[in-house]
Write a protein that binds this ligand. Structure first.
Ligand SMILES: Nc1ncnc2c1ncn2[C@@H]1O[C@H](COP(=O)(O)OP(=O)(O)OP(=O)(O)O)[C@@H](O)[C@H]1O
Ligand SMILES: [Mg+2]
Length: 501
């Protein structure tokens, strides 16, 4: 069994040429396979710091996915994650597929240009670019505490998005390309009063006007002609006539977003040319963004969320008949990277064969990441519902433990004083190895019939957390909605992961 999970390095893994949703990725127990279809429904693993998420379930799933040929995007929060993934790739003969995006900026993605020139039905639409910008900026708003749906914030945000929309249309009509520095130049040189609109000297020094002239002279389709009319109305009539204060707040809001992208490593990574696109994962590349949040702070977070969004948009549009390779979106310490768009993305994941794997300490992290309040909670609950495989490691957080217990649910059962549901041959604990490693488990006495949580919240405080004291074993309770595990006869299974091969 363990051999299935941790293949010896010397044996190259068998890579199927085609992938079916029924293909097995790993086994939670001798009789409980986890398939590509299951993986495509997403994974949420949680446990306290040091509970064994990364070195237990995370490592097991990552290696299993690499073994069957997944491509993917890896977001990083901690500085050691690059070395970790390098070791995973070595162990699975995938080192040649690992692509590192880091501060050296050899791997660059002009995200706006890529979106504008992307092939496909939705390609080239300004609205996609505006949405892209707006989703990524959610992180900024969250960090500065200006999100959360406050009304005044929404007003300025809408104004800034309108400015973005018009600047994007103008630059793309004038130059057939788009970049953040150009957008910034358009905004900074836009007329600030009706007087400037008709001032020749102002016009000559204004990039905004140069673009208006260039776009005017270009041949245009009927749609472009219409869009150009809207852009002219905005920059020549509406924008200069706005009240001074309104205009300056909208401009400042927009510049606050753009400024970060327009300097330093983010400019190099996202606002120059393109040397790698998210589509590379479809050819088996594993793109790791080595700008860990713990080291690069908000810049690292920003870069990763931007990559994540571009990846999501790209992969959900792929044609899986032509491009069937499964891919993962991997985020340990996922609270740094979760955005509202994840909910929408998760609903299409299975069809696109994307396995989102999010690891975090507790559910409150996710609520907070999504801005808290009713909206944040609703979005988080939706996300949880769409990450179908859940793995619970040791946790002392009562909110998470209650949540996990109620997710698994209640049933009429015999409660034992120690653990629930042991049967004679201890099959329920037939973990990824534990029962045939040492025949472990415990027996209990004192049964009573009751309608209770199948897994009591306190059970999560008792799981093993690896390390030498636990013989390098990490316990986890796996829950898959709609599934009955063969070994436990339940929707959940207590299993165990080895930290070391
Ligand atoms: N290779 C290893 N050798 C020795 N101990 C290890 C190894 N990997 C992890 N551990 C130990 O095992 C336990 C689980 O570690 P792990 O990093 O997997 O936890 P985690 O749940 O990911 O925690 P965090 O939320 O802090 O990232 C910790 O006590 C850790 O020190
Ligand atoms: Mg960890």
């Amino acid at each position: 069994m363990l051999g299935r999970l941790f293949r010896p390095r010397s044996v190259p893994p068998a890579r199927p040429k085609r992938w079916e949703l029924t293909d097995e990725i790993l086994r939670w127990s001798r009789e409980d396979p986890w398939t590509l279809g299951n993986a495509s429904e997403g994974v949420f693993a949680c446990g306290a710091t040091g509970s064994g998420k990364s070195s237990g379930s995370g490592r097991t799933i990552a290696i299993a996915m690499l073994n069957i040929g997944f491509g993917g995007l890896v977001l990083t929060a901690k500085s050691d994650e690059r070395a970790l993934w390098e070791s995973y790739c070595r162990a699975t003969n995938r080192s040649g597929d690992l692509v590192i995006v880091d501060a050296a900026a050899k791997m660059r993605l002009n995200f706006l240009d890529a979106e504008l020139n992307r092939a496909g039905m939705g390609g080239g639409l300004t609205e996609n670019i505006v949405n892209l910008f707006s989703t990524v900026m959610e992180i900024r708003e969250r960090n500065t505490g200006s999100g959360g749906g406050r009304e005044d914030g929404q007003f300025w945000k809408q104004g800034a998005l309108k400015l973005m929309r018009n600047a994007t249309d103008l630059v793309s009509l004038a130059t057939d390309s788009i970049s953040v520095p150009e957008l910034v130049r358009v905004v900074l040189t836009s007329p600030q009063s009706p007087g400037q609109v008709s001032d020749r000297t102002f016009q000559d020094g204004s990039f905004c006007f140069q673009c208006l002239k260039a776009a005017d002279q270009k041949p245009k389709s009927a749609r472009q002609l219409h869009d150009f009319g809207v852009v002219c109305d905005f920059f020549l009539l509406e924008w200069p006539r706005l009240a001074e204060r309104t205009r300056s707040v909208i401009q400042a809001t927009w510049m606050g977003w753009a400024d970060m992208l327009n300097r330093g490593v983010l400019r190099e990574l996202f606002c120059t040319d393109t040397t790698i696109t998210p589509q590379a994962v479809e050819n088996g590349k594993i793109i790791l963004i080595d700008l860990p949040v713990k080291e690069f702070g908000e810049v690292g977070q920003f870069a990763q969320v931007l990559w994540k969004y571009c990846f999501q948009r790209s992969i959900e549009r792929r044609n899986v008949t032509e491009s069937p390779r499964p891919v993962f979106l991997w985020a340990d310490e996922a609270q740094h990277f979760i955005t509202s768009y994840d909910m929408q993305f998760q609903t299409t994941c299975r069809a696109a064969r994307v396995a989102t794997v999010y690891l975090t300490q507790n559910v409150s992290n996710v609520y907070a990441a999504l801005g808290g309040g009713d909206k944040g909670r609703a979005e988080a609950d939706s996300l949880f519902a769409n990450l179908n495989t859940k793995i619970f490691h040791a946790n002392g957080d009562p909110v998470t433990n209650e949540w996990a217990a109620s997710l698994i649910g209640r049933s009429r059962q015999f409660m034992a004083s120690g653990n629930s549901s042991f049967d004679n041959d201890q099959r329920w604990a037939a973990a990824v190895g534990l029962d045939w490693l040492d025949g472990g488990g415990s027996t209990s006495a004192g049964f009573s019939e009751t309608f209770e949580f199948e897994v009591q919240p306190r059970e999560f405080t008792r799981l093993r957390t690896g390390g030498p004291a636990n013989g390098w074993i990490v316990d986890g309770i796996v829950f898959q909605n709609g599934r009955t595990f063969a070994v436990s006869g339940r929707t959940w299974l207590k299993t165990a992961f080895r930290q070391r091969p």
